[in-house]
Design a protein around this ligand. Structure first.
Ligand SMILES: CCCCCC/C=C/C(=O)SCCNC(=O)CCNC(=O)[C@H](O)C(C)(C)COP(=O)(O)OP(=O)(O)OC[C@H]1O[C@@H](n2cnc3c(N)ncnc32)[C@H](O)[C@@H]1OP(=O)(O)O
Length: 359
């Protein structure tokens, strides 16, 4: 298959992340293929003999003659891929615990065995997603999309996977008032969900316990969902005066059929892990006592599959849906922007925060 523009751009990003300097000869080759792929045959005047660096670059580009742009792009992607896998194998086998990557306040992000694990880490709030945590999740996913791991896993610390949106997010009202707050929230939500839609490598949810709201809806954008038999799946949007997000208005009817999706998204029916599996939202359910061991053994095996092949397969599977998903996301956010200002939503939020109600 021909390398797409996306593959080419991914390869350009991967070059910046190479752990080992590939040496001047390879760098010149990369330069020449890049120029040929983007501009076609060498169009630079030949540099003087004493302009060593530019002369070497010119020679490398000129040597590609009339190689078609598409072939140059493919060769560039192949070369980067071979460099990435050799730099990966030379960095593997380092003993020791997980490599922690960057400090986050509400997440623990680690990389090991070709797997980047993003763990929600607000267990005392049942991993409710605060405004800062939305930002951190987006940052962590963007970093994972560019790192050298083959798959990315999202999970929760403690007894919950996540209780969804932190209902206290709506108490932090900016000077522009509640309308401004609703507008800002809609923008952030759209970016957040877009990050899942565009995530380029296999994204796996390890659902360790109950999941609520946005932590359930976004599961429809994952590539596989493994759940403990202690997990439940609850989208109580009507109880909160809300409407679906995370593209669930599109993915859920598609995954489970409109009638089952209605029970979840409109009537707020909470599903057990086995019910969610029967309806296609969950890939497989494991007994809680062996959940971590079984899932991680399996994920480690999957992470050894060829990286580019998995990435490309995901692209092929998802490509046709992407535009649709972005449109659905935009529409859901615009509807929610109005719902947040409704009496139904404001009352439900106040009731929860003043401890008059729980789900
Ligand atoms: C801003 C832009 C994006 C918006 C996107 C739209 C997203 C929508 C959704 O996600 S809708 C779903 C929202 N979630 C909820 O409504 C869940 C609310 N929580 C509960 O009903 C319960 O806490 C529970 C059923 C999840 C767990 O009950 P329980 O086991 O009895 O534990 P506690 O209630 O004692 O929880 C401990 C502690 O955490 C606080 N907490 C839990 N979840 C949330 C939450 N989602 N938001 C805020 N706070 C939460 C809970 O209040 C307790 O605090 P306390 O110890 O009492 O101070």
């Amino acid at each position: 298959m021909r390398a797409s523009q996306d593959d080419f751009e991914n390869a350009m990003n991967q070059v910046k992340l190479l752990k080992k300097d590939p040496g001047n000869e390879v760098k010149l080759k990369l330069y020449a293929l890049y120029k040929q792929a983007t501009e076609g045959p060498c169009n630079m005047p030949k540099p003087g003999v004493f302009d060593f660096i530019n002369k070497a670059k010119w020679d490398a580009w000129n040597a590609l003659g009339s190689l078609p742009k598409e072939t140059a792009r493919q060769n560039y992607v192949d070369l980067v891929s071979s460099l990435s896998s050799s730099s990966e194998s030379s960095s593997q086998g380092k003993p020791g615990a997980d490599r922690e990557q960057q400090e986050y306040e509400n997440l623990v992000v680690t990389s090991e065995d070709g797997i980047t694990k993003i763990m929600f880490n607000r267990p005392t709030r049942k991993n409710a997603i605060s405004t800062q945590m939305y930002q951190e999740i987006m940052l962590a996913l963007k970093a994972a999309s560019k790192d050298d791991s083959t798959i990315t896993v999202v999970t929760g610390n403690g007894d919950y996977y996540s209780s969804g949106n932190d209902l206290a997010n709506f108490t932090d009202i900016p000077p522009g008032g509640v309308e401004e707050k609703a507008k800002q929230s809609a923008i952030m939500l759209r970016d957040f969900v877009d990050t899942f839609i565009d995530f380029p490598k296999p994204l796996i949810a390890v659902v360790n316990g109950p999941a609520v709201g946005i932590s359930v809806t976004t599961l429809g954008l994952f590539d596989a969902v493994y759940a403990s038999d202690k997990a439940t799946f609850h989208t109580p949007f009507s109880h909160l005066g809300l409407s679906p997000e995370g593209c669930a208005s599109y993915t859920f009817p598609k995954i489970m059929g409109p009638a089952k999706a209605t029970e979840m998204l409109i009537f707020g029916k909470k599903l057990t892990a086995r019910e969610a599996c029967a309806q296609g939202l969950v890939t497989e359910v494991f007994p809680d006592s062996t959940f971590q061991k079984e899932v991680w053994t399996r994920l480690k095996a999957y992470s050894k599959l060829p990286q580019n092949s998995m990435r490309i397969s995901k692209q092929v599977i998802r490509k046709i849906e992407k535009e649709k998903l972005h449109a659905v996301n935009a529409e859901e956010c615009s509807v929610l922007q109005k719902r947040w200002l409704s009496d139904e939503c404001m009352n439900a939020t106040m009731n929860f925060l003043s401890k008059r109600s729980k789900l």
